[in-house]
Design a protein around this ligand. Structure first.
Ligand SMILES: NC(=O)C1=CN([C@@H]2O[C@H](COP(=O)(O)OP(=O)(O)OC[C@H]3O[C@@H](n4cnc5c(N)ncnc54)[C@H](OP(=O)(O)O)[C@@H]3O)[C@@H](O)[C@H]2O)C=CC1
Ligand SMILES: N[C@@H](CCC(=O)OP(=O)(O)O)C(=O)O
Length: 427
């Protein structure tokens, strides 16, 4: 199969490229920050119409990405994330319109207080400014991230995965055309014009030009961000998620949640990768059997391997592995304390869950697990902005600061204090 070569301008100076983009984004961010809600919504609706109007060009670009991806041996899961068709593209345009209809967080009052001297203090939401987003090869993220960023009054600089480069360029062209048509600056949504990873490094270093970076990806990206970031980071990183089956778990619930948390969609960051089973739980074999019957490869410690000939021995690296596939590691632990110790050592702080009918065990787990999302008797696959009622998500924040868990419009804002006086002077 022949694949076309991707033509890119040679990257001479990554820092100069990002400085230029950042300067233009900052100017656009000033306009977006005070754009009325109706204007931003008009821009997004125009962008959605452009996505529909330019469907042929976008689908053609995506077909070229798919051809290259197949030739390069992408897995079926990656190809599925990359692939667009008329229905999926329609869904992307629908999502942009849905974001346009969400309540505008900008200007919303977070709280208000009146001091004894009569000063009125208000905290109101304001945009973050210029947001750089580095994300995987999934073209819908280009539109979702842009729409969320713009509706919350920001400018965005997008750097998508290389396998989706043609699709992203076509989608970006439609979004920019929509903004211009509505009289908003097209520079408020920019796509890094090169896949050279030097530009990622420059984005991570762009202090003063970029206000925050959202890296959305796995281990390679994590390492680079940890080494190089000088700009504040809202990390949306890997999901090594756990489901702990407590001694007091209802057996039917335990089987249903273990299978759903692992197998509903194995490739998403909220999929459970490790199941922990209390040594005092009565029916561990049923969990293993249900996973095997669902087509899952089970890797277990010695206790779990003794339960079934279908279990292969887990190695030390399994407990830190994000399979994103139909593979699970299972360990036996001693009660909630054992689960907490394992999670503390191996969780990526994305989402962890306990299955139990014991309220005290659940309370302890919810209080002591330090992850962005902690669940009781629910599947970790619910880690999703849509499922949380936020309308959409830019992803799941896995760090500890600013925003945790699903990030949508509110998570893309900060606040400022507005102080209203009547001439008070400080004694
Ligand atoms: N928490 C969340 O919300 C989400 C997390 N994820 C996580 O993402 C991962 C799956 O996506 P995957 O495609 O593997 O992600 P990758 O981490 O491979 O790629 C994501 C982006 O990061 C870039 N990148 C990766 N490594 C480097 C590097 N060393 N230097 C510069 N840029 C880099 C990629 O660029 P390039 O194209 O050049 O490879 C791509 O744009 C999983 O770990 C999953 O959990 C996914 C979605 C949401
Ligand atoms: N939160 C989203 C999944 C986000 C995600 O993991 O994306 P990806 O890894 O690109 O498939 C969901 O639950 O559908």
């Amino acid at each position: 199969m022949s694949t076309e070569t991707l033509i890119e301008p040679p990257l001479q100076d990554a820092d100069a490229l990002i400085a230029d983009m950042g300067g233009r984004a900052r100017a656009a961010a000033k306009i977006m920050a005070t754009a009325p809600t109706a204007k931003k919504a008009e821009g997004l609706r125009a962008a959605a119409a452009q996505l529909r109007g330019q469907a042929d060009a976008i689908l053609d670009a995506n077909a070229r990405d798919m051809t290259a991806g197949e030739a390069n041996g992408l897995t079926s899961a990656m190809l599925d994330r990359l692939r667009l068709d008329a229905g999926r593209l329609g869904g992307i345009a629908d999502a942009v319109e849905a974001i346009a209809a969400l309540p505008d967080p900008v200007g919303a009052e977070v709280d208000r207080a009146e001091r004894p001297n009569g000063l009125v203090l208000r905290r109101v939401r304001v945009p973050l400014g210029v947001i750089g987003i580095i994300y995987e090869s999934r073209p819908n993220v280009t539109a979702d991230a842009a729409a969320l960023g713009l509706m919350s009054g920001n400018a965005v600089i997008l750097r998508g995965g290389s396998e989706a480069v043609r699709s992203n360029r076509a989608i970006h062209a439609a979004l920019a055309a929509g903004l211009s048509e509505a009289g908003l600056p097209a520079e408020a949504v920019q796509l890094v014009p090169t896949q050279d990873r030097a530009a990622v490094g420059a984005l991570l270093r762009a202090q003063g030009l970029v206000d925050i970076i959202i890296p959305r990806g796995g281990k390679g990206l994590v390492a680079r961000v940890q080494d190089e970031a000088r700009v504040p980071v809202l990390a949306h990183l890997d999901g090594i998620c756990h489901t702990y089956i407590d001694a007091a778990a209802d057996p039917d619930t335990a089987v249903a949640l273990a299978v759903n948390a692992k197998m509903r969609r194995t490739g998403i960051c909220g999929a459970t990768e490790t199941i922990l089973i209390d040594r005092a739980y009565a029916a561990p074999r049923a969990i293993v059997d249900a996973l095997v019957a669902a087509g899952c490869e089970v890797r277990g410690d010695t206790d779990i391997a003794a339960l079934s000939p279908h279990v292969t021995p887990a190695s030390a690296t399994d407990w830190d592995c994000e399979y994103l596939d139909a593979i699970v590691s299972i360990a036996a632990v001693d009660g909630v304390a054992g689960a907490l110790a394992h999670i503390d050592a191996h969780s990526s702080r994305h989402t962890d869950a306990i299955v139990t009918e014991d309220a005290a065990a659940a309370d302890r787990f919810l209080a002591e697990v330090d992850s962005a999302i902690v669940m009781h008797n629910a599947s970790t696959q619910f880690a999703d902005g849509g499922e949380f009622g936020l309308g959409a998500e830019i992803g799941i924040a896995t760090g500890r600061l600013h925003a945790r868990g699903p990030v949508a419009l509110e998570g893309l804002t900060t606040y400022k204090w507005l102080v209203h006086g009547t001439g008070q002077t400080r004694p």
